[in-house]
Design a protein around this ligand. Structure first.
Ligand code: TRP
Length: 337
């Protein structure tokens, strides 16, 4: 074996194909940053092939209109750039721009039982949160669609928050079942969990784009201050870090600690009898200092940059999806002429 080809196979062995994504329902927030965005940037720096899908079809799972979707999508892409995702190294695309990806949904649906879908705890939570009188077919089946997001490019690794683990488990089952029933087409992807715990929103519920209870990466210092000032705390003056007993206070401590790169227990000790006012002041300072450079990087791009990247990346994604769909149809014997 010649030296260059040894090098090539070595590189191939060490770098993974990584796919992850977001539902474009609003701006990215601190929970996303610590839960998954920071991880993505690390993976990109390590030289892995990172693809990020902006899952625009997922938006209509639990709402009537994808309001202003094109702008929401390019804003999210700008959030990615702001966090350090480099469009020259990372493939960022909207899944509606990749038709062949969606065709994988049909064979995948045939591999999944309705019971499995209705037991999915994340869907159950989302249905409860949506508070609607009826549940759409897309709402119950979108995890199967999400399996297509992951499998169309034969991803090895899927960086996700904890709430997405049931979906990843389903993706793994679908890949295994397809391989067993037809032919070994799909690698079985692994989840990659960020090491940050789930952040709560400032109202004590899960920090969520759709609930609008988070600190967005693009919030100004004034917006940060107003949100933190209005955040829920409790009546006890002494600040401690006790996530189970005092979730709201612990969450604020946690946010400050993550932004300042500090240990939450030490930080809570330091505030001690300073109470909620001192805690909130510290949160405002550490979040503002943390977000300033991110906001600055965001300002060096504009919407046209985001759209250019979406278009270029979609071309690559379409190539991968076409190849996989060809293999899938061949495995199923659906090749004519
Ligand atoms: N459902 C994911 C979320 O709400 C977003 C998503 C869509 C995703 N497609 C994906 C995540 C594929 C990982 C892999 O966060």
């Amino acid at each position: 074996m010649s030296a260059p080809s040894m090098l090539a196979s070595e590189t191939e062995r060490r770098t993974a194909r990584v796919l992850t994504g977001d539902r474009p329902t609003g701006p990215m927030h601190l929970g996303h940053y610590f839960g998954t965005l920071a991880n993505r940037v690390e993976l990109q720096r390590a030289g892995h092939d990172v693809l990020v899908v902006v899952a625009d079809y997922q938006v209509i799972a639990d709402r009537d209109h994808p309001d202003d979707i094109a702008r929401v999508v390019s804003d999210i892409v700008l959030d990615y750039f702001a966090c350090g995702l480099d469009p020259d190294h990372t493939t960022i695309f909207a899944h509606s721009a990749v038709p062949a990806l969606h065709q994988l949904m049909l064979p995948f649906l045939s591999l999944v039982g309705m019971g499995e879908l209705s037991r999915n705890p994340t869907i159950k939570d989302e249905i409860r949160l949506a508070g609607r009188s009826s549940v759409s077919g897309l709402m119950t089946t979108y995890p199967v669609h999400q399996a297509a997001d992951v499998l169309f490019c034969k991803a090895d690794l899927v960086p996700v928050g904890r709430d997405q683990l049931p979906h990843l488990e389903l993706t793994r089952s679908i890949a295994r079942r397809f391989n067993e029933r037809y032919a070994p087409v799909f690698p079985i992807p692994d989840a990659l969990l960020g090491n940050a715990p789930l952040l709560l929103g400032l109202d004590g519920r899960k920090m969520s784009k759709s609930l609008g209870n988070g600190i967005a990466l693009r919030d100004s210092d004034d917006q940060i201050a107003a949100k933190v000032r209005a955040a829920r705390t409790d009546a006890m003056r002494l600040i401690t870090f006790e996530p189970d007993r005092r979730p709201e206070v612990a969450n604020l401590v946690r946010i400050a600690a993550l932004c300042a790169g500090r240990d939450p227990v030490a930080l809570a000790d330091e505030i001690g009898a300073g109470g909620a006012a001192a805690l909130k002041a510290l949160v405002v300072d550490s979040v503002s200092a943390f977000l300033a450079p991110i906001r600055e990087r965001r300002a060096s791009y504009d919407e046209a940059d985001a759209r250019r990247v979406l278009e270029r990346s979609a071309r690559r994604a379409r190539g991968l999806a076409d190849e996989t769909l060809d293999e899938v149809r061949a495995a199923m014997g659906m090749v004519y002429g």
